[in-house]
Design a protein around this ligand. Sequence first.
Ligand code: GLN
Ligand code: ZN
Length: 758
Amino acid sequence: MKTHNLGFPRIGDNRELKHALESYWRGETSQTELLETGARLRKNNWGCQKRLNYVPVGDFSFYDHVLDTSWMLGNIPDRARETGGSPLDRYFRTARGQSAGDGKDNQIPAGEMTKWFDTNYHYIVPEFDSSTEFCLDAQSLLDQVQEAQKAGVRPKPVILGPVTYLFLGKAENFNKKTLLKKLLPEYARLVNLLAAQDVEWVQMDEPLLVMDLDNDWKHMVEQAYQALGSGSVKIMLATYFGSLEDNLGLALSLPIQALHVDAVRGKDQVADLIGRLPEHMDLSLGVIDGRNIWKTDLNALLDRLTPIHEQLGDRLWLAPSCSLLHVPVDLRIESELDTELLSWMAFARQKLVELDILANALNQGRKIVETELEENAKALKNRKKSTRIHNPDVQARLAQVDDTWGQRNQPYLERAKLHKEKLNLPLYPTTTIGSFPQTKEIRSLRLKFKKGKIGLGDYTTAIRDQLKNTIQFQEKTGLDVLVHGEAERNDMVEYFGEQLDGFAFSRYGWVQSYGSRCVKPPILFGDVSRLQPMTVMWIVYAQSLSDKPVKGMLTGPVTILNWSFVRDDQSRADTCRQVALAMRDEVLDLEKAGISIIQIDEAALREGLPLRKKQWDEYLNWAVGAFRITANGVKDDTQIHTHMCYSEFNDIIDAITRMDTDVITIEASRSNMEILNAFDETAYPNEIGPGVYDIHSPNVPTVDFIVTNMKEAAKRIPRERLWINPDCGLKTRAWPETKAALKNLVEAARVLRSAATA
Ligand code: GLN
Ligand code: ZN
């Protein structure tokens, strides 16, 4: 039996890649230094993988592996090709619009970024059109193969397969599928070049095979591997993030030498797969969860694997389920988590140790790793019975929840009458999404408080001052529904996670999000409950400063769930419902404190959608159900808002309608309101604020732009139900443009109102 890995985190133990990149971009270090850091990181990574039979090469990237693939294939957008500097500088410009020392003259529009399958990693979207040509330049990969060979490991190059590469790209008014025939000769050359460098196995990633594919895509997979599979190198086709399902037959019919499958998410398909595996094909089982941070149950896994090993012998390979890119690097440097929590977890390096234990047990008998297996069993047992995980009160309360918990008393139209009476808002009410600019001052304030450099009293006073400024500014500007500005929050999930029981935060648990950006997802390890009110004090203070309504501002249960590492010992649905109950308590406390509008953000509802369409309903049912538990316990005269910062609604509009919020604010400014077609009168019965200010850009929208956009909106939705607001929170913006933009927004509302009464 053999072991291998599909990919290792690139960022380094201490985010060395981030620091090296950012200092290069600032012009503080040379390209040589950056390249050296890259080489050092690769060497380190191979070092900690050296016990594997095959080690991934080509998984390292200075920005993104999809962009690397575009570069290797010579698919470079014209706008970057014509700029100066080294190839690496042009590469960075393609990714982020600029490179080291670039002034306005060499800046170009950055490549579009989007999420890699259902992960929180973003890739640079390949661009295709009718003039796209490919021209292989594999030097960088070949060099890395040599580097790995010198480092004494057996390299298995990792290549994004041709079909998935096309699948992930964008093409306007052009059928990108036609490019396969141009692409395949380049891939064939690549495979031959690798063979000439003594490469035995190549890993071709085709994760599109875990998705619903039409016949064209299926046929393309067949065509691609007919062309590549009989070459001079053995091909392992790698699939991950789910089960092959109806694509299994296709995968098994290909002339490839090995197939890797996700045996964590696709556990149920393994038996069938083994039954149908052709003689000539090896099978790689991804048995260690590459998407979560918990220890594997090694003993249970060995029980499962032993008969498979007996049957397949050395045709069996073991690996993590997917690249380890999606988990933090090393638990050993962690200082924030206590020893009990630590003993339940495995980050990337620890996952490789688990793999090694499995391999030793299977190849040489369990005796040889007896101690390790015992320790593993002990850790799992402790976790299972820990009182920190199981909170009988939470479970008892969850058991009481029935449908009525998620229902308002009266339908929207009746509620709207009450809101009109109570809030007395003008036509086209103006509001913002929650956060105001997070200035240096605010961030340093929070940091000082966290580090104990200022006490609670001083901190509270200072934050109150910030809230006061924000409220005064909004009053002066003439907004109708105010916000407190979120100065006390670092991050919309972390802020709540830190205060809820059942969550933990690591100090170094970084995961790459895109380029040099890393995130540190909260770890949801146990039953979730609220220990005390989390926002009431701030919101009530802000409300005390104004006669206008100030919105209570919360993050919804689905978003909290989707942006955290969550427990694997109960369903995501149950975990989400627990979070929902905790947030419901906060909603009710806000209401009790006299807050009449409460916004519950579900920024990440959409990205939690399963990769397979047939699983969408199930997800949306429990996700919407959880949201409703949080939101709908209020009285009818309380107005509930939600916010979602994306614009693709067509396919989930029913679910959004079922949330039954009184008002939804969404991103819309870039699409000139076209996306509102999804929200036509019959489809969305409640109020809606289509964003008219693109907060991702420093540009200030003009009054005219806002008026025009709102008039477009009013063609689709009755104006009595329209709100005027930005696309999303203003936290990343600076004050000058924020002031100018909101002034225009209020002015636009005035123009629209007088046009309406004229
Ligand atoms: N209320 C949050 C804010 O304004 C919402 C952020 C988001 O949707 N990503 O920052
Ligand atoms: Zn948003």
